[in-house]
Ligand binder design. Structure first.
Ligand code: AQP
Length: 339
């Protein structure tokens, strides 16, 4: 069976290492595997759920698209577009919003994290973010959604909403999308606090490695990354209560492709002063070609815009779902609707 893959990232800043290891790197493998049909989106409508500036958002949208391409997304094989260019996302979101239960939305951990203590002041857009995400996925009847661990709960909601819609209208329209959580870097943590996930919009730039960071910046951030006074772990047991040590070794493993046991043998018992320069070398050699390609692409922003426009036109013209055929009017309002 052909897999239809859909995924996206918010242009809330430049992409960081977690976005790359938890999602983008896997998108590229899926694109290059079998006859998968891949649709990758820059989810700019999600990005406006927080305070933003218009020019910054436009620039970040191009940067995220450039990062996708630089990491290996081939726009001849995969569709790449900006969410706001396909009105179907917002239309389908409304239909799904009529079925999304407040109780379930209130339990979403990402909402709790992002809204902070003052949930009363959080916008409805942030609260209903997972419903728009469900619409993004279901609009294309995607079978598989490659994401990091942190998005698993949102995927569960998309599956629920697909089933609720089918039951409500007594049809078998929506497929239940499967989360695709792959590889070692499914949850990359902050360089300054191993209990917090690395995030592109976290206040301190020192918490993350950006895909736009140069070699010196990467080395400096890794050198300053939080560790503890113990030597580098030699076994899984040594990771207990040492989230920062585990995080750095996980990053090494994900970037180098070496399994953790090989790293225990190579670095176990050494100091972090010895481990960190090795990690910086691995990170730079893996990320430098991507950064270089991204910088080249960003020299011609109009070309990136053209790619995004073309992708949006393709989605508007060919998406296989209810909204193109006005089938939804029949399902939602019945045959009697003439106006
Ligand atoms: N730290 C992470 N480790 C592994 N995967 C991660 N992802 C994000 N952070 C990590 C994955 O990257 C994709 C991007 O998702 P997004 O841009 O829609 O939002 P996000 O998950 O909220 O990512 P950020 O970087 O934390 O963005 P901001 O700061 O804007 O909220 C998803 O597949 C996610 O799993």
């Amino acid at each position: 069976m052909t897999k239809r893959i859909f995924s996206g990232m918010q242009p809330t800043n430049q992409l960081q290492l977690g976005n790359y290891l938890g999602a983008l790197k896997n998108w590229v493998s899926l694109q290059n595997e079998g006859d998968n049909e891949c649709i990758f989106c820059v989810v700019d409508l999600h990005a406006i759920t927080k305070t933003y500036d218009k020019e910054g958002l436009t620039q970040a949208t191009r940067e995220v698209a450039a990062a996708y391409i630089a990491a290996g997304i081939d726009t001849d094989k995969s569709t790449l577009f900006a969410q706001s260019s396909v009105p179907g996302h917002s239309q389908l979101m409304w239909l799904l919003a009529t079925m999304a239960q407040m109780g379930k939305l209130s339990r979403m951990t990402q909402f709790k994290d992002k809204a902070g203590k003052n949930t009363e002041k959080a916008g409805l857009g942030l609260y209903s973010y997972p419903v728009l995400m469900a619409a993004d996925i279901l609009l294309y009847n995607a079978t598989h959604v490659p994401v990091g661990e942190d998005q698993k709960q949102h995927l569960e909601l998309a599956r629920d909403l697909a089933a609720t819609f089918n039951t409500r209208y007594d049809i078998e329209h929506f497929i239940q999308p499967e989360p695709y959580i792959m590889g070692a870097g499914t949850r990359v943590m902050s360089l300054r606090d191993g209990t917090q996930k690395m995030s592109k919009s976290a206040e301190s730039d020192m918490t993350r490695i950006n895909l736009t960071d140069d070699a010196d910046t990467i080395a400096k951030k890794i050198k300053k990354a939080k560790t503890d006074a113990e030597p580098v772990p030699s076994s899984e047991g040594d990771f207990e209560n040492r989230p920062e040590a585990k995080n750095l070794m996980t990053i090494y493993s994900a970037l180098s492709g070496e399994d953790m046991n090989a790293l225990f043998s190579q670095f176990g018992g050494k100091t972090f002063g010895e481990f960190k320069p090795a990690l910086a070398d691995v990170a730079v050699s893996h990320l430098e070609p991507i950064t270089t390609r991204m910088n080249q692409l960003m020299e011609d922003p109009q070309e990136i815009d053209k790619i995004l426009i073309k992708g949006g036109e393709k989605c508007n013209a060919t998406r296989t779902t209810i909204l193109t055929k006005k089938q939804w009017i029949l399902w939602v309002f019945g045959k009697g609707k003439t106006c």
